[in-house]
Ligand binder design. Structure first.
Ligand code: G6P
Length: 368
């Protein structure tokens, strides 16, 4: 196939901008948009009613999508999830005794460790399912059940649109699983799918923050280290935000659960340390605010990503804040991914790195 950059300077930027469209497209195969009912993609059969425990594995960005997936499955379907990076799962010799389903998340469908983990799970007699973007891939061929993300070809090495499509697919699957298991009733299903249908509009709103994020990126590019913090649904986002930044700008970044700040990373905080905090006004917002106060008290530079309600709470003095619209909780990982992608992108552009082909990285790692 041939894909060009259109009016964008890099594939990564183009792919960031494609998200409203590919999210809608992906959601459409998991939700009947006229009735609001969840469904499985055409030709796929999986009844979650007997599923009580899922083992999930993936690599890189797919792993962080899987981590959000775990929060979704646990919250909306009351299914326990074991999560591993695939390179550990394949050698961990986990007994897998009470696991009912092994789930894999992969953009390329060719990552060696993820494929080996899939084969291991099959050898153990487990039913396997894969959330995968490349439909002709080995993982798509070998998994018992395939949940396609319809992100289209992703060229930039740093994953963007594949990640958010993985998130919306996992969210829809968790709702489906909740319905199958009787955890969510018909009304609850409609409320949640209605929320997911808002993703394209809210991602569009997040894209409008690009100008403000470009300014913030100029500041970020002057630093050598950064810390990313989040709680609950935003904890995996903190790690994904840090991964995006280090992948393409080569700034050393670490993502932490905000509550872990006091157990180590707080020692790094001084006036030169940017601390990116992902804090929508959700059920753990107040807890994250107290972590920000701990950072502020030590002179750290707070870069806050929040929503209108969070900004109105105005609890902490920040160096920069990016304010998104209020939104249903299930959507926050999907929408907050976008400003984090833009932050990494513009920081890398400032630093003059090769955004689409960062050093030492490959789009798909087919060797161990
Ligand atoms: C590589 C890519 C990452 C990707 C990871 C897993 O490291 O650079 O962007 O997240 O592989 O790839 P997969 O295709 O399995 O999602």
């Amino acid at each position: 196939f041939y894909v060009d950059k259109g009016n964008h300077r890099h594939f990564m930027q183009k792919e960031i901008y494609e998200q409203p469209e590919v999210l809608a497209h992906t959601l459409g195969s998991f939700v009947d948009m006229t009735t609001g009912r969840t469904r499985l993609p055409q030709g796929q059969v999986l009844d979650f009613s007997g599923v009580r425990r899922i083992a999930i594995s993936a690599c890189g960005t797919g792993y962080y999508a899987a981590l959000v997936g775990r929060y979704y499955f646990e919250r909306y379907a009351r299914i326990a999830c074991d999560l591993d990076v695939a390179s550990e799962f394949r050698y961990r010799e986990s007994p897998l005794a009470d696991v009912d389903l092994a789930l894999f998340v992969s953009q390329s469908g060719e990552t060696a460790d993820t494929l080996a983990s899939l084969r291991y799970a099959k050898e153990q007699g487990l039913k396997t399912a894969a959330v995968v973007n490349v439909q002709e891939s080995t993982i798509a061929r070998e998994a018992d059940v395939v949940f396609p993300t319809l992100a289209g070809p992703e060229i930039g090495v740093a994953s963007t649109k594949a990640f958010t499509c993985q998130l919306i697919a996992l969210a829809a699957l968790a709702i489906r699983a909740g319905v199958d298991r009787g955890v969510i009733d018909g009304e609850g299903e409609l409320e949640l799918t209605k929320a997911l249908a808002e993703a394209p509009r809210l991602v569009n709103a997040a894209l409008h923050a690009e100008g403000a994020i470009e300014l913030l990126a100029r500041d970020m590019a002057t630093h050598r280290h950064a810390l990313f913090l989040g709680r609950g649904f935003s904890y995996p986002l903190a790690m994904e935000g840090a991964l995006k930044l280090k992948e393409i700008s080569y700034i050393h970044a670490e993502g932490y659960a905000a509550g872990e700040l006091k157990h180590g990373p707080i020692a790094l905080i001084d006036e030169t340390m940017p601390v990116v905090v992902i804090a929508p006004h959700d059920r753990v917002f107040e807890k994250t605010v107290s972590n920000m106060q701990e950072v502020a008290a030590r002179g750290g530079k707070i870069v806050l990503f929040t929503d209108e309600s969070g900004a109105a709470a105005g609890a902490v003095k920040t160096t920069h804040s990016i304010v998104l619209p209020d939104m249903p909780e299930i959507l926050t990982p999907i929408v907050y991914a976008v400003p984090l992608q833009l932050l990494a992108y513009h920081t890398a552009v400032q630093m003059g790195t090769d955004v689409d082909q960062p050093r030492n990285l490959a789009k798909s790692v087919t060797v161990e």
